[in-house]
Design a protein around this ligand. Structure first.
Ligand SMILES: [Cu+2]
Length: 345
């Protein structure tokens, strides 16, 4: 009975997923990344479809297992064993009709509802008025570009809230700079793979403001598990304010000139961009507004002086194998560079 097996696997997956969500919520006070509490149309659509499939396959499971148990108990050998085989029934028209037609109906229903969900979820281009964001997956961090506003940020995606009542949903175009990643924020939408030399699309429509977390969902190398995603949904006016602050060039604070000069004269500039300076690399995250991010290293540690110092000294300290090398600066130099980074609001 392949159907019962599929059902069992599904049920176990549901229980495991719920457990994982519970564990995550205990570790941090942010909302657990659970697909069972959607706040965005695509995620809600997927959950609705999942419940329907679980319902149908669950019902099949119950019917089949009940018949099996009844058969085992009622017809087990020994009750009135007269040594003869039970009556053998061949070619029962009604039974064969039933087990052909009922599965066809079930499969047709599943096919139709799935098609409806795919039609809702899949869009090849942004409908007019939507916010366009280009996402690039890198080992092991995320780059987010807003072509409309000319800004680039990393790991923390800021979007406006929206919903059936109005607002701008966000349309994401997904690219990879290296290997296959997968972008998944369970409360906002289903997973979408991020594939080299291919453009994939997805969209989100957070109905509430807040922080929604997720992570890379396709094994992409040693630091795959530390390739976290944070989506911050703002009310529209707050989002506009965020955009305006991101559009400013980096501040040039004379108090941290020493650190700035060190940064600009080190290979940092080949991998990182700070607008308004000669740092124009794109291999690593854009640092122009580094301090507007709550975390560094794709969500793995808080963005503060202590962690910045530890990171610049040796990224492997937090992320063994990270593609940023330890730059071999002495302790006082690292501190000065960190003081400069701290001014990049
Ligand atoms: Cu990845």
């Amino acid at each position: 009975m392949p159907l019962t097996l599929v059902t069992l696997v599904r049920l176990v997956a549901v229980v495991l997923l719920a457990g994982a969500a519970g564990a995550a919520s205990a570790a941090e006070s942010i909302q657990p990344p659970s697909m069972f509490s959607p706040v965005s149309t695509p995620a809600a659509e997927i959950l609705e479809l999942s419940w329907l499939v679980i319902g149908i396959t669950g019902a099949i499971f119950v019917v089949v297992e009940t018949l099996l148990l009844v058969g085992i108990v009622r017809y087990r050998r020994g009750r009135k064993d007269d040594g003869r085989e039970p009556a053998q029934v061949y070619a029962s028209g009604p039974i064969e009709m039933a087990w052909t037609i009922v599965p066809i109906i079930i499969v047709a229903v599943l096919f139709l509802v799935t098609t409806r969900s795919i039609a809702t979820l899949q869009k090849d281009s942004a409908p007019p008025g939507w916010l366009d964001v280009t996402l690039v997956g890198h080992q092991w961090w995320w780059e987010f570009r807003y072509p409309e506003y000319g800004i680039t940020t990393a790991n923390e995606l800021h979007v406006p809230t929206s919903g059936p009542g109005g607002g701008r949903p966000t349309f994401l175009t997904l690219h990879s700079a290296d290997v296959i990643h997968s972008f998944w924020i369970p409360q906002l939408a289903g997973k979408t793979d991020v594939i080299p030399n291919r453009e994939n699309h997805m969209w989100i429509e957070p109905r509430e403001s807040g922080l929604f977390v997720g992570q890379c969902a396709e094994y992409c190398g040693t630091q795959h598990a530390n390739m976290l995603i944070r989506v911050i949904a703002h009310p529209p006016e707050e989002f506009e304010a965020w955009v305006q602050s991101q559009q400013q060039d980096a501040v040039d604070d004379p108090e941290v000139r020493a650190g700035r000069n060190r940064f600009l004269s080190t290979a940092c500039v080949n991998c990182h961009r700070v607008t308004g300076t000669r740092a124009d690399g794109s291999f690593g995250p854009d640092l122009t507004h580094l301090m507007s991010r709550a975390t560094i290293g794709a969500g793995i540690v808080a963005n503060n002086r202590e962690n910045l110092i530890a990171w610049v000294k040796d990224p492997d300290h937090f992320k063994p194998g990270a593609l940023m090398p330890a730059m071999g600066l002495g302790d006082p130099e690292v501190e000065r560079v960190a003081d400069y980074l701290l001014t990049l609001q």
